[in-house]
Design a protein around this ligand. Sequence first.
Ligand code: SF4
Length: 63
Amino acid sequence: MQITLEVDKCIGSGSCEMLAPEVFEVGEDGLAELLDATPGSEMESKCRAAEESCPTQAISVEV
Ligand code: SF4
């Protein structure tokens, strides 16, 4: 699974980190970072939830 994060779209809402903390972390600058850009398939539902929850569509998940 490939996760893409367009940091220039991030507004730091933090919902991605809340839903998939293994993959996303909001850094000291208040913007999300990817902890793991290629998580295993067991993370798909959490990553999909993060993708759907992002208010600015900054996250995309490709299987
Ligand atoms: S959910 Fe979207 S806007 Fe919010 S911190 Fe994550 S990437 Fe940024």
